[in-house]
Write a protein that binds this ligand. Structure first.
Ligand code: ADP
Ligand code: MG
Length: 344
């Protein structure tokens, strides 16, 4: 079942087009992340879905009902869409339970009580029900804001950078909690973020935006391993860009010959550092010199200069390997496992 169907949505402020031809289909219960740099149009898309902004063109359907098109415009309060912001926007004078109950004014007293209890249990904050916002931590406030949004069982939950104000440790924990809470309640969700880990950990599917234009829409694995262009490849991690020239059925590169279905005479190959192995001398290993070592805790990143072509490339090795700048070693393209590459 499709919960959200967006077709060719565009938004222009004065003469400045900030979202172009944005289309997206979200299935019931699915979590989709919209990711892009600041100013790429993410919040504008959420505002159009919730009804706080009118699109310049395009249409939006929620549960097969058109909420926005050339002829139709359903007001935000009638869309049953919930939105959560990074500053949680809870009422400072109301307790946790009253904040959660706020949107339940159409429910009976006992029904309201039941839902609030259920929500407090869901977010694991039953003992803080009487606390006011100033008596809670930022992680707890974010959970209350989420519970308040879920309490009225929205058709769609929109999260606009919900984790951007949390410190690193808390952010990591909250990511998993948010995912668990929205999965448990089977809430169809769109998460806006500029952090690739938020997108990868929380979302089933990721949409990459650049200047209001969709670059790629895929699962986290698809985005990482099969980036459609250089922008997407660089956005989601380290990547080596290598020149390739056709040679019969394959392509010659400074790292050896690779097979490809491409047609062009030459192209650029994008290879993730994980797809390069360091090892012993062999027929197909390329000699290289270490020019820089960077320690990242979990691993070390080496910058290598290939002896023959002088090309600089990046590889990663386990953190316990002992290496020195100036050391010579051999580098090999892991072609059997070469999942993380793209040709452009
Ligand atoms: P993001 O959430 O990805 O950071 P936004 O959707 O907030 O990006 O903004 C996209 C672009 O639209 C930005 O260049 C921003 O300056 C512009 N913009 C957003 N809201 C307005 C507005 N009300 N009037 C004019 N320009 C706007
Ligand atoms: Mg924004």
């Amino acid at each position: 079942m499709i919960t959200l169907q967006i077709e060719n949505l565009s938004k222009t402020y004065d003469k400045n087009t900030v979202v172009t031809d944005f289309s997206l289909e979200v299935a019931k219960g699915e979590i989709v992340a919209l990711i892009g740099e600041s100013g790429s149009g993410k919040s504008t898309i959420l505002k159009m879905i919730s009804g706080f902004e009118k699109p310049s063109a395009g249409s939006i359907e929620i549960n097969n009902e058109t909420v926005c098109s050339k002829q139709v415009f359903v007001e935000p309060e009638n869309r049953q869409v919930a939105m959560v912001f990074p500053d949680h926007s809870l009422f400072p004078h109301l307790s946790a339970e009253k904040n959660i109950a706020f949107a339940l004014n159409k429910h009976s007293r006992s029904e309201r009580k039941r839902i609030v209890n259920q929500m407090l249990q869901l977010i694991g904050l039953e003992e803080l029900r009487k606390n006011k916002p100033h008596q809670m931590s930022s992680g707890q406030l974010q959970r209350i804001a989420l519970a308040r949004s879920l309490a009225f069982q929205p058709k769609l939950l929109l999260l606009d950078e919900p984790l951007s104000k949390l410190d690193v440790m808390l952010k990591k924990r909250m990511r998993e909690e948010i995912k668990q809470i929205i999965t448990q309640t089977e809430t169809t969700t769109i998460l806006v973020t500029h952090d690739k880990e938020d997108a990868f950990v929380i979302a089933d599917r990721v949409v990459v935006l650049k200047d209001g234009v969709t670059q790629q829409m895929d699962t986290p694995e698809g985005i990482y391993f099969k980036p459609k262009n250089e922008y997407v490849a660089h956005f989601f991690g380290r990547v080596n860009t290598i020149h390739a020239e056709r040679n019969g059925k394959g392509y010659n590169t400074p790292l050896g010959c690779i097979q490809a279905k491409e047609n062009g005479e030459c192209c650029r190959v994008l290879i993730r550092p994980e797809n390069l192995n360091i090892g012993q001398q062999s027929d197909d290993a390329i000699p290289a010199t270490i020019t820089k070592i960077t320690f990242y805790g979990q691993q070390k990143e080496l910058q290598l200069q290939l002896c023959e072509s002088q090309q600089l490339i990046t590889v990663v090795i386990p953190n316990y390997e002992k290496v020195n700048v100036g050391q010579q070693l051999f580098c090999k393209l892991n072609t059997e496992e070469l999942t993380s590459w793209a040709m452009v």
